[in-house]
Design a protein around this ligand. Structure first.
Ligand SMILES: [Zn+2]
Length: 176
């Protein structure tokens, strides 16, 4: 699935307005001294690129993977996942289990675009990013330290791949 011209434009404007920013490797290193739990899409064509990028940026070999189709979208109680695939409660509980089991308090929420699961449930890139930001708050309300949750966006531009921090805090910034 190739990225559309419209979506390229949205991402380009987000970069100008600071909705997404270049990844600060030192920030990632600072928040992940014990490794990192990664919530990501298990996409066969993109997963290794996401991990290779993080491996370059984070000086750890402790990657605890939670890779369901759709990544962070699967953990959000309001994302319209088909009923037979829905397991947000179990995934959220499992996430807390991973934290306790592996003593890793740091979490990367890796959204990606284009994403087959997002397409299947007819979500656009704006919804995908906004749901990912909302998930930060949902996890914070469940007791996760917000400073240890890093929302990110991996973009497949067809000829190159880029990964960004998601910095937006409000829907107004996303749906401008
Ligand atoms: Zn995906």
């Amino acid at each position: 699935m190739a990225i559309s011209t419209e979506d390229r434009g949205i991402i380009s404007s987000w970069r100008k307005t600071g909705v997404i920013t270049e990844v600060d490797g030192q920030k990632l290193i600072n928040v992940s001294p014990h490794g990192v739990i990664i919530v990501m899409c298990g996409d066969a064509d993109r997963a290794l690129e996401m991990l290779d990028f993080l491996k370059l940026k984070i000086n750890t070999r402790r990657f605890h993977l939670r890779a369901e189709d759709g990544g962070p979208l699967r953990y959000h109680p309001s994302v319209p996942i088909p009923p037979k695939l829905r397991m947000d409660k179990q995934l959220l509980a499992g996430l807390h289990g991973s934290r306790g089991l592996k003593k890793i308090p740091t979490l990367i929420l890796m959204a990606h675009w284009p994403c087959g699961m997002a397409a299947q449930i007819k979500l656009g890139i704006r919804d995908t990013v906004w749901y990912t930001i909302q998930l930060v708050q949902i996890l914070s309300d469940l007791g996760w330290d917000k400073k240890r949750i890093i929302p990110m966006l991996h973009v497949d531009y067809s000829t190159r791949m880029r990964t960004y921090f998601i910095e937006a805090k409000s829907p107004g910034q996303i749906y401008q």
